[in-house]
Ligand binder design. Structure first.
Ligand SMILES: Nc1nc2c(ncn2[C@@H]2O[C@H](COP(=O)(O)OP(=O)(O)OP(=O)(O)O)[C@@H](O)[C@H]2O)c(=O)[nH]1
Ligand SMILES: [Mg+2]
Length: 340
């Protein structure tokens, strides 16, 4: 049996199995098996010819990928908010490779990647709510976790000593036996596991497999010019959602604002002694960045010569305030580095 058939069979069995106390272990084991086969599917196999990926050079301060079904308007979006042109048309699978564009926003260059529509034939999906679910499922199955944080489970494989199982809270969704069964499925017999929250079997599997990617995701609903106001209202109220119309240029500014927010970018200005701050070329950084990182951005040798920094802005009590390398800067702070 091929891996795909095995996966299909396990999926069928999971959907057949009723969820209750008696089937808990059985389901846990099935989930572990399923995740194992899916991971095998993701591993590049040497025998097969290398599939063509969409290698695009990283550029700018951050990158955003457009993931969606065919003909939802991804290319139109790229064409509207960047200077790049990507072919858009009313037929499906217009885009066949990855087209990068650049959004210029608040002094940052955000790379926007237009990708081919995912899954064949899914465009005739049943309604937009359904599409969101399908998309999530598709990304889930390749190990991408959207708007989720890493599970708070400490897990370490050991050479000997069996399973050390501990938890800092009451576990309602799994127990030692289930953890042991799941670990055995991955041929792990010696390990230390500490649950810091009431985790699920799926979360345990994510931590064991290690190859999960946790990404922020903004759901953009396009073509609102084609649906009723009530429907628009309903979509806009869903979590992590924005509604837009590329054709009629509706709400695109708000979408950019939200993208900026999700990327957690901030802009910090530098200043030389005796000169006004340089408000033209701010540094684009991630939220929770320290002065040390700011120094690295200015010049890689600067940290070595660092004495202290003066900071004006909301991150300090006084403006200016003398701070050290560990100080965390805020959006629109002004920084002056004093060398030894
Ligand atoms: N009514 C309406 N139509 C739109 C809007 N945005 C895009 N379209 C149309 O939707 C069709 C598909 O747009 P594309 O941008 O090619 O869609 P895509 O998601 O890139 O499609 P693939 O590359 O095939 O995956 C085109 O005919 C667009 O003109 C919109 O806001 N409203
Ligand atoms: Mg396209």
């Amino acid at each position: 049996m091929g891996i795909l058939e095995k996966i299909a069979e396990i999926e069928r069995e999971i959907s057949r199995t009723q969820k209750n106390k008696a089937t808990e272990y059985h389901l846990g084991l099935l989930k572990a098996k399923l995740a194992k086969y899916r991971s095998q599917l993701l591993e590049p196999s040497k025998s097969k010819e290398k599939g063509e990926g969409f290698d695009v050079l990283k550029s700018g301060d951050a990158r955003v990928a457009l993931i969606g079904f065919p003909s939802v308007g991804k290319s139109t979006l790229l064409n509207t908010v960047t200077r790049t042109h990507s072919e858009s048309a009313s037929y499906e699978f217009t885009t066949l490779t990855c087209i990068p564009g650049v959004i210029e926003y608040k002094g940052a260059n955000i790379q926007l990647l237009d990708l081919p529509g995912i899954i064949e034939g899914a465009a005739q999906g049943k309604g937009r709510g359904r599409q969101r679910e399908l998309l999530e499922k598709e990304l889930e199955s390749v190990g991408i976790r959207l708007n989720k944080r890493r599970p708070n489970i400490y897990f370490k494989e050991k050479k000997t000593g069996g399973l050390s199982f501990n938890s800092m809270c009451t576990l309602t969704k799994l127990d030692e036996k289930l953890v042991q069964m799941v670990l055995h499925e991955y041929r792990i017999f010696n390990a230390e596991v500490l649950f810091r929250e009431d985790s699920t079997t799926d979360e345990l599997i994510d931590v064991i497999l290690k190859n999960r990617v946790y990404l922020p995701c903004l759901y953009v609903y396009n073509k609102i010019d084609q649906i009723s106001l009530e429907e628009v209202d309903k979509l806009a109220r869903q979590p992590n959602s924005v509604v837009v119309s590329c054709n009629m240029k509706l709400n695109l500014d708000y979408m950019l604002e939200r993208i900026w927010d999700y990327l957690a970018l901030i802009q910090v200005y530098t200043k030389k002694r005796g000169e006004p701050p340089d408000f033209k070329d701010g540094l684009i950084l991630r939220r929770n960045t320290t002065i040390e990182h700011v120094c690295h951005m200015i010049h890689r040798t600067l940290v070595g010569q660092f004495k202290y920094a003066l900071v004006w802005g909301t991150s300090t009590k006084y403006s200016p305030q003398r701070v050290g390398l560990n100080h965390v800067v805020h959006h629109e702070d002004v920084v002056q580095v004093i060398k030894k």
